[in-house]
Write a protein that binds this ligand. Structure first.
Ligand code: ADP
Ligand code: MG
Length: 244
């Protein structure tokens, strides 16, 4: 079966600085992939290029059988790619429920054959808020949320677009161990419901609990891609990242 996501030879420069150098990344439908690497290694830039927030100069991105090359972010979201941002980006003057309603109205309802009624949209918002543990905060503003609730809202905003692929960019930084376990559990639940997930994270306990495969970026290059237990014992990975 062809992969859900197939990135080939992706290259991105910022001026003269090579941020990504010939990245290949293939992700099968239903997989849970961890993406790790030092700060500044190009992880978020790779996400931005895959999702259309940035345009790569070199290489190709195929998703769900279609070329995404040159397409803007909103079209890629429409086609089923979603991501959460490292720094949450909710609509600050809207409640939690309203934040979830926006992707349902403008992305899900815009897909061919979808004509969700207001009641159906409300029901999907409520289900999603419940799934991420924000049901009781549905009518609160983002500023009333704790840090972990804010991270859950950020993931739920991405999930509200009902994606095939979710990319979670550092959803756990600054959280306590039990909050980290909570988010890992949530991501695994989403995966069990059929969502393919790429998780970017520094917290290795979370990475190892989550990942079926591990990919390592260092200075814009992919240096490892394989079984988590093999990758974390790879001397090059230890030298460039894990042993730091
Ligand atoms: P990571 O997510 O792995 O920490 P990033 O992808 O954010 O790394 O950044 C990779 C490199 O590209 C860093 O050196 C960063 O400073 C640089 N970079 C990222 N975004 C931009 C940008 N918009 N303009 C210029 N340089 C950037
Ligand atoms: Mg980053």
């Amino acid at each position: 079966m062809s992969p859900l996501l197939d990135v080939q030879g992706l290259g991105k420069r910022f001026g003269g600085f090579v941020a990504l150098d010939g990245i290949d990344l293939s992700v099968a439908a239903g997989e849970r992939v961890g993406l790790i690497g030092p700060n500044g290694s190009g992880k978020s830039t790779l996400v931005n290029c895959m999702c259309g927030t940035l345009q790569n100069e070199l290489g190709t991105v195929q998703f769900d059988g279609h070329s995404m090359n040159g397409l803007p972010a909103n079209i890629r979201t429409h086609r089923g790619m979603a991501r959460s941002f490292q720094l949450p980006r909710p609509f600050v003057s809207m409640t939690v429920a309203e934040n979830l309603r926006i992707p349902l109205l403008y992305t899900v309802n815009a897909r061919p054959g979808n004509h969700l009624s207001t009641a159906e949209i409300d029901a999907r918002c409520a289900d999603l808020a419940k799934l991420v543990g924000l049901a009781e905060k549905a009518n609160k503003l983002p500023r009333d949320l704790t840090q972990v609730e804010m991270r859950k809202l950020e993931l739920a905003r991405a999930m509200a677009a009902e994606p095939k692929l979710l990319i979670a960019d550092e959803a756990m930084a600054g959280l306590s161990q039990s909050e980290i376990n909570d988010i890992v559990g949530l991501l695994i639940t989403l995966n069990e419901r059929g969502i393919t997930i790429i998780m970017i994270e520094h917290i290795m306990r979370a990475v190892m609990a989550f990942s079926q495969r591990l990919v390592v970026l260092v200075s814009g290059k992919k240096i490892a891609d394989g079984k988590p237990e093999d990758v974390v014992n790879n001397p090059e990975v230890i030298g460039a990242y894990l042993g730091q």
